[in-house]
Design a protein around this ligand. Structure first.
Ligand code: DX5
Ligand code: ZN
Length: 207
């Protein structure tokens, strides 16, 4: 069964714990978007904010940072159960190995504009492929339809790995993504801007 991971970037930063608790019962993970203002033109959260949500639901940390290897210790200590790093960042292969050494899941994330086979050289060290369905940086962007084919291709090529999809995901495209082979769907604005976040998550799961 597909897991839904609400992106906490779409929640209210002034009531992050309350928002996290309000969706936890239907959430496989809480997705935490870490941006350094360099890899992407936005700054979001660090490991202290991630730690503040530990125990509410499993934490899935998405590092959009230039030098991910420097921060693996911090985010693992903060309680991450999955840490993903970008193939476009510095030395992703080294970062994946560091993550696995901690005994947690390692994800390799890839932007829509990066050729699909760019991850092939590091895939052996990853448990999960994070297919970005928007260019990273902000919540609320529109979904790149070509991501559906990408999910299907990766699932065929790497049947043993989890596939996560992130960016513009909603109940409008969840059915196609699940059919294509997605295991985890991340959604920010679709969940937190809806009148009933729990119901929105249930609708995505059932699609
Ligand atoms: C984009 C982030 C996403 C984003 C998802 O850079 O990685 O996780 O917050 O938000 P929505 O679902 O609104 O696109
Ligand atoms: Zn993300």
């Amino acid at each position: 069964m597909v897991k839904i991971a609400p992106s906490m970037l779409g929640a209210d930063f002034g009531s992050m714990r309350k928002d996290a608790k309000s969706v936890a019962s239907e959430s496989g993970y809480l997705h935490m978007d870490v941006m350094d203002g360099h890899f992407v033109p936005n700054l979001t959260m660090g490991s202290d904010l991630v730690r503040s949500l530990k125990g509410i639901a499993p934490l899935d940390v998405h590092l959009m940072i230039t030098n991910p290897s420097d921060f693996i210790d911090d985010f693992e200590e903060a309680g991450a159960e999955i840490i993903s790093v970008h193939i476009e960042a510095n030395n992703p292969g080294k970062a994946l190995k560091l993550i696995r050494k901690k005994g947690i899941k390692a994800g390799i994330a890839i932007n829509p504009s990066t050729p699909e086979d760019a991850i092939d050289t590091v895939a052996d060290d990853a448990d999960m492929i994070l297919v970005m369905s928007v260019e990273p940086g902000y919540c609320g962007q529109s979904f790149h339809e070509s991501s559906i084919q990408r999910v299907q291709n990766y699932k065929l090529k790497y049947p043993g790995k989890l596939i996560e999809v992130d960016g513009g995901v909603s109940s409008k495209n969840s059915k196609q993504l699940i059919e294509a082979g997605a295991d985890i769907l991340v959604a920010g604005s679709a969940i937190f801007n809806s009148d009933d976040p729990l119901d929105t998550i249930r609708a995505m799961k059932k699609s």
